[in-house]
Ligand binder design. Structure first.
Ligand code: GUN
Length: 282
C-alpha cells in the first residue's frame, strides 16, 4: 500500500477549514526567511500557498543573508508583540554565522508553530505538548489515517535531528511503540532496521534504506527530501527520499513516496499548529 501524502494532507486541510469557520478572527502566520537557500525558498513558497488555500493570512519576511543574530532577534521580538501574529516560523537552516539556538529561544513559545522552543520541546518530551513538530506530527497523522497500529510495535527511527529524529522518537514512544533511535555512531544500522515493524528514515542520504534492510511487511516512512542531479529534467535535478522506493515497496506492507508523501503532511500540520496556538492564546 502506498501512503498518499496528498490524500491525507488534503483531508487534514479540509478538516481545518471547517474548524476555522468557527474561529472568531483571521489567523496570521509570519514566516522568516534569511538569505537565498533555494530549497528553503521553495518550502516557504509552499507554506504560503497552503495558508492561502485554507484561509490563513501569511507574511514572508525576507531578510538579507548578512543579518546579525541581534538584528534577527529584534525582528522576532517585534513579531512576538504583534497582536495580529498567531504563528512565527523561522525557516531553517540559518546562515552559519547566526546563533540558531538563540534565535529559536527568542520566539514566543505560544507562537512557536514549529515546536522548536525549549519550552515546547520540554512539554513534548513530558507527554504534555500544546503543539507537536510539524513533520513528526504529519507522520503520526498519516499512520492514523491509514489505520496503522503503533502501540506495541517495534519502531526504528534513523536520524537524530532536533527537527525530525528526536521528536519523532518521542511521538512514537508516546503512542506506545518500542522505539530505537539510530544515528551516525550506531554500530549496525541495517541490523536495527531489519527488526523494525515501523521504520522512519530521516537522515538526508539518498536511497540509503534498501530492500535488504526491511523486514517483510514493515511500514516504511520516508522523511528524506534530497536533490540529486538529473540533466534529463527541466530543473536539472530531481527529488528522492532516504528510501530506495522501488526496491523497498516490494517487501514493505506500506510505504510513503517522495515527493508526494510526508512533505505535504509537514505543511498541513503547520497550518494546524497555527490554529492550535491561536486557540490556546485565546
Ligand atoms: N527546515 C526544514 N524543515 C523545517 C521545518 O519543519 N521548519 C523550519 N522552520 N525549517 C525547516
Amino acid at each position: 500500500m502506498i501512503l498518499d501524502g496528498k490524500v491525507v494532507a488534503t483531508a487534514r486541510k479540509e478538516e481545518l477549514k471547517k474548524a476555522l469557520q468557527d474561529f472568531p478572527r483571521q489567523l496570521h502566520l509570519a514566516v522568516v526567511l534569511v538569505g537565498n537557500h533555494p530549497a528553503s525558498r521553495s518550502y516557504v513558497a509552499s507554506k504560503e500557498r497552503a495558508c492561502h488555500e485554507v484561509g490563513i493570512d501569511s507574511q514572508v519576511i525576507q531578510l538579507d543573508e548578512a543579518i546579525t543574530t541581534q538584528e534577527l532577534k529584534e525582528v522576532i521580538l517585534s513579531l512576538n508583540t504583534d497582536p495580529k501574529v498567531d504563528g512565527i516560523l523561522v525557516q531553517l537552516p540559518l546562515p552559519e554565522h547566526i546563533q540558531e539556538q538563540e534565535i529559536l529561544e527568542t520566539i514566543d513559545p505560544f507562537k512557536d508553530v514549529d515546536c522548536f522552543h525549549p519550552y515546547n520541546v520540554g512539554r513534548l518530551f513530558l507527554g504534555q505538548p500544546i503543539v507537536q513538530p510539524c513533520t513528526p506530527k504529519g507522520v503520526m497523522e498519516m499512520l492514523t489515517y491509514y489505520g496503522i497500529e503503533v502501540a506495541g510495535k517495534r519502531a526504528v527511527v534513523v536520524g537524530r535531528s532536533n527537527i525530525v529524529g528526536k521528536p519523532m522518537a518521542a511521538l512514537l514512544l508516546q503512542a506506545n511503540a518500542t522505539v530505537s533511535l539510530c544515528h551516525s555512531r550506531t554500530k549496525d544500522v541495517a541490523e536495527e532496521v531489519r527488526r523494525a515493524d515501523i521504520v522512519v528514515a530521516a537522515v538526508g542520504k539518498p536511497k540509503m534504506i534498501t530492500k535488504e534492510m526491511i523486514k517483510s511487511g514493515a511500514v516504511v516512512i520516508d522523511v528524506g527530501i534530497n536533490r540529486i542531479e538529473d540533466s534529463t529534467t527541466e530543473k536539472g535535478y530531481r527529488i528522492v527520499g532516504d528510501v530506495d522506493f522501488e526496491g523497498v515497496r516490494e517487501v514493505a506492507s506500506a510505504i510513503t513516496p517522495v515527493p508526494g508523501g510526508v512533505g505535504l503532511m509537514t505543511v498541513a500540520e503547520l497550518l494546524w499548529n497555527t490554529y492550535t496556538l491561536a486557540k490556546y492564546r485565546l
